[in-house]
Design a protein around this ligand. Structure first.
Ligand SMILES: O=C(O)CCC(=O)C(=O)O
Ligand SMILES: [Fe+2]
Length: 335
């Protein structure tokens, strides 16, 4: 006798519903965090730190390596010898590729152990940025630039290579703001792309005002580190003393077994996902994009026919209907 498809389908894997909230989001951001923490075999100090990261979305600690001066000297030297364009940009991206000390900061084993505790997955340092002075960057969430599926498996680790005070453009954060929903371009009704960044910044300013979020300047001593959760709102304060430097390094980390992508450049509901091909700074190797335990070939997805992957590939491959829709969306926003 023929069986109906539903009765012949294999039973779903047996999984405690509670476990889903452990693996689909970092445990410190899970609705089950309190009970997960209770079951965890950790010291009281570790539990306190995890509770504070869960509540505030950041922690500050001493960088677990002694020779910060050597890193600071090396990073100033990088800016002294680099070309004019980089000096004007006031940042060097991925100096880890050529500078062993920058790489050693990104690969510090104490930080990696801590991130393993905070995220319960293997951390993957994938980008370094070094700054000679404050960035004065407007308030944003890093989820716009770096995001993962499952969500929020990303964090920033920011090391002060000299003392930071109110005068030399410290970082600012909005404690607890990581618990807000993720507001990326399409969540705000904006089409993807750098052109809409000003609208994104304005939306976040309105959100902060509406919710009455309280800003905190992060005044770090040389050798201190700030770790922040993916969705914590943060930015750079104005530089009050233009003669001051603000030598620093930020390393951005993803975690194992995720899809990695750039939401700012993606329209997921139009089939356009800007996947990232990240390199693990620890190994120098590419990291596969993983979805439900399966390796995803981002290049192959991009080459699917237009009816399947509607907005990806070259413009000539795109569905005319979606091209028109996107054009209308953009025109509407610019009006
Ligand atoms: O260093 C700063 O002022 C901002 C850095 C930042 O936003 C980041 O690295 O994600
Ligand atoms: Fe950022």
């Amino acid at each position: 006798m023929m069986q109906s498809p539903s009765t012949s389908a294999p039973p779903p894997p047996s999984v405690e519903s509670r476990d889903l909230f452990e693996h689909s989001i970092p445990w410190t951001e899970s609705p089950c965090f309190a009970s997960l923490l209770e079951k965890a075999h950790l010291s009281d100090a570790e539990k306190d730190m995890l509770r504070s990261y869960a509540r505030d979305g950041y922690i500050v600690l001493d960088f677990p390596a002694p020779d910060i001066d050597a890193v600071a000297t090396e990073v100033s030297r990088l800016f002294a010898v680099t070309n004019l364009e980089t000096r004007l940009q006031r940042r060097i991206q991925d100096a880890w590729k050529t500078c062993p000390l920058v790489r050693s900061v990104a690969s510090n084993s104490g930080i990696l152990d801590l991130l393993r505790l905070l995220y319960r997955r293997d951390p993957i340092p994938f980008q370094t940025l070094n700054f000679p002075v404050g960035t004065q960057q407007s308030t944003h969430s890093d989820t716009l630039h770096f995001h993962s599926v499952p969500h929020r498996f990303m964090c920033g680790v920011w090391l002060a290579l000299e003392d930071i005070d109110a005068e030399n453009g410290p970082l600012h954060i909005y404690p607890g703001s990581h618990r807000l929903p993720v507001w990326n371009m399409h969540d705000l009704g904006l089409p993807s792309g750098q052109e809409q960044y000003a609208a994104y910044e304005a939306a976040l300013r309105a959100l902060i005002q509406e919710l009455g979020l309280q800003k905190k300047q992060v005044l770090l001593k040389k050798g201190q580190v700030l770790i922040w959760a993916a969705n914590l709102l943060h930015g750079g304060e104005p530089i009050l003393d233009v003669h001051r430097t603000r030598l620093s390094q930020v390393t951005h980390y993803f975690f194992s077994d995720c899809l990695y992508y750039t939401p700012m450049l993606s329209d997921p509901f139009l089939g356009n996902v800007a996947y990232r091909q990240i390199t693990n700074i620890l190994t120098g190797q590419r990291v596969p994009n993983m979805y439900h335990g399966v390796k995803i070939d981002a290049e192959a997805i991009r080459d699917l026919p237009p009816s399947v992957s509607m907005m990806s590939g070259s413009p000539s491959k795109r569905s005319p209907f979606l091209v028109r829709t996107l054009r209308r969306l953009r025109a509407h926003l610019i009006e």
